[in-house]
Design a protein around this ligand. Sequence first.
Ligand SMILES: [Zn+2]
Length: 88
Amino acid sequence: MTSHELPPDNCPACGWEVAAVSPSDPRRKDKPKPGEVTMCLQCGFLAAFGPDMRLRRLSRRRLAAAMRDPDVQLMVKAHMDLWGGRQQ
Ligand SMILES: [Zn+2]
């Protein structure tokens, strides 16, 4: 699976150290861009990349919009299947 290094950061929800990101679609090879939604593999928290590629909390409105995105729905479902919806 392709993964891309990120500037060292921590999940805004659980504090897990984030150093790389992998696409939800393994066919995707390009790097993530600012504004894209990503998920913490540790706790399932949804965040967006800021202009500096550090993780930012989503506003309630952005979170609602993200949850309508089929790619995000797949990420959430995969996380639930893997971890049983474990959240912190
Ligand atoms: Zn987390």
